[in-house]
Structures are given as C-alpha cells and as structure tokens.
Design a protein around this ligand. Structure first.
Ligand code: GLU
Ligand code: ZN
Length: 286
C-alpha cells in the first residue's frame, strides 16, 4: 500500500455511528478534491472501534452517500475494528521504550486529586491528568493487575519529551506549530477493554495507509499535537495537515449528527440533486 513518491494521499475517516450530514460532505469533498486535483489518491477508513455505537446500516449509508455525491475512493476500505493487532504492536513498542503506565483512576479519583492538590493545569486537550498513577510501585501495579482492576494505559509525557523533544508540524492553513509534550499531559492511549484510543489508531492508520496530507475539521487541531508526538515516538512518517473550518448552520452553530434535516440521505429523499448538495456544502461545481 505504499504510495508513489510525491503522490498526494488523503483520506476521509468517518465513524459509522450516525448518518452523514452536510458537514461530513464538506470534509469528504475537501479531502477528495485535495487528492484528485493533485492527481493523488483518496482513501476511505471507517473509525469503527466503538462497537456499541457502530451500526452496519450507517456503514452502508456512508458508501451510498459518498457514491451519490460523486466521491470515489481508491483501494479497499480500511476498518479500524480489524486493526487491533497493529494497535497492540504500537503499544508494545511504546511500552518497550518505557513510555506507558497503567492508570487505575476513575473520573471521580481524578477530580478528587485535582481538588486536593489545588491545581488544575489545563493543556490543549483540556484538564491535564495529575499523574497520580505514574508513581505507583511495581508491586502495587502487579497487585492491582492481579485484582483484575480496570485501567487506562497513559503516555508518560515527561519521558516522551526526554525521548522526542518538541517536534514540530505543519498545517496548510495554520502554519507551523511545536508540540509541548508535557503540556498535553499523560494522554490515554488504550483501555483495558478497548485496545486503542482515537489518537493511537489514527496515527498508526495514517502511516499504514501512506497518507501524506491529513485533512479534517479544526475541532481536531489540538489532537494533532498528540499524533505528531506519537509519530516521533514510533518513528512513523510525518504527513502534512490541513485543518479546515467547520460548516455551520444558519445560526452559526456547528452541524451535529443529530441534525437530521441536514443528513445527506434526507436531502436526497427531498429531491435535491448531488450538485445541489455539493453546493450546499460549499463545493459548487466549476
Ligand atoms: N472519525 C473522526 C471523525 O469523524 C475522524 C477524525 C480524523 O479525520 O482524524 O471526526
Ligand atoms: Zn491514575
């Protein structure tokens, strides 16, 4: 699946947890145009890790809606639900470099610890985990594991900084940024019951699929720092990014999945043509 040198490779990566709406159409057209206008490849990936929320009917809806909009994709669809071995291998590599530790805190524990210590540092991703479990002794970890307790695997951000420094990344709309690993906090990369987080899966999948230009909404701008850090720690190729503005409704509010009036299928059933819906999403045909 290696792309040819210099070839632009983009992807659209929806979760099959609802119907696609105009905001998705915008994201998909954005990625598709970026690839096609450069003679590159456009890939489709289903972010279907969260089994409880995913539904095969929504998956079929994604294929139908994209085809109806005139968006074609190259090669087979990649499903995250079939990639658990790759995510495990990624975790093993991080583990081998001493970058992971199990965290047994519940949300309540974290809140209590933040209150107790009187400081609640905020990073780009929100409240920073206070690091309680970083200091657990090996004996304590072994005992809690033997107990079968639920845990999250967190990235030790200080060690990440020691190993990777502060890598930078470049966005076509937002310029160059530097990652501050410690400011991100010790982000969760997997849980006992879910073998990966969004951050780990996206970083490994974009590399595996040979994506050279990651396009997605500005709501994920902050998450990119984590992805860039993981690329550095896992020695993955570094793509370019282009975070685009989010499509909003007439009141300026972000479109949500529950906003069914703007679902592609609803617009189709109401008699709109693909060209009309592309125009509604801001992509008038040339
Ligand atoms: N599944 C994510 C979403 O629907 C995709 C994020 C990404 O493009 O990295 O928001
Ligand atoms: Zn903890």
């Amino acid at each position: 699946m290696q792309p040819m040198a210099d070839q632009v490779v983009t992807r659209f990566a929806p979760s099959p947890t609802g119907r696609l709406h105009l905001g998705h159409a915008y994201s998909a057209l954005f990625a598709w145009r970026a690839a096609r206008s450069a003679g590159g490849r456009f890939l489709l990936r289903l972010e279907d890790i969260d089994e409880a929320r995913c539904d095969p009917a929504f998956e079929q809806g994604i294929y139908d809606d994209l085809a109806w909009l005139g968006i074609d994709w190259d090669g087979p669809v990649l499903r995250q639900s079939e990639r658990s071995a790759a995510y495990r291998a990624g975790l093993d590599r991080l583990e081998a470099r001493g970058l992971l530790y199990p965290c047994y805190c519940s949300r309540k524990d974290i809140r209590a610890e933040v209150e107790r210590s009187g400081s609640a540092p905020h990073g780009p991703l929100g409240a920073v985990y206070p690091g309680t479990c970083r200091a657990l002794s090996l004996e304590e970890r072994a005992a809690r594991q033997a107990n079968g307790e639920a845990f999250a695997l967190r990235l030790n951000s200080r060690r990440a900084k020691a190993l990777a420094g502060a890598p930078d990344w470049s966005d076509r709309a937002h310029g160059t940024s530097k990652v501050d690993p410690v400011a991100l906090g010790d982000v969760v990369l997997a849980r006992k019951e879910t073998g990966t987080s969004y951050h780990l899966a996206v970083s490994l999948d974009d590399a595996y699929q040979g994506v050279t230009l990651v396009t997605r909404g500005e709501d994920l701008l902050e998450a990119t720092a984590v992805h860039r850090l993981l690329q550095a720690l896992l020695d993955l190729p570094v793509p370019e990014w282009h975070h685009h503005a989010l499509l909003t409704d007439d009141d300026g509010k972000r479109l949500a999945k529950r906003d069914d009036a703007r679902a592609i299928a609803t617009l189709r059933e109401a008699g709109h043509t693909p060209a009309e819906v592309r125009a509604m999403a801001g992509f008038a045909d040339a």
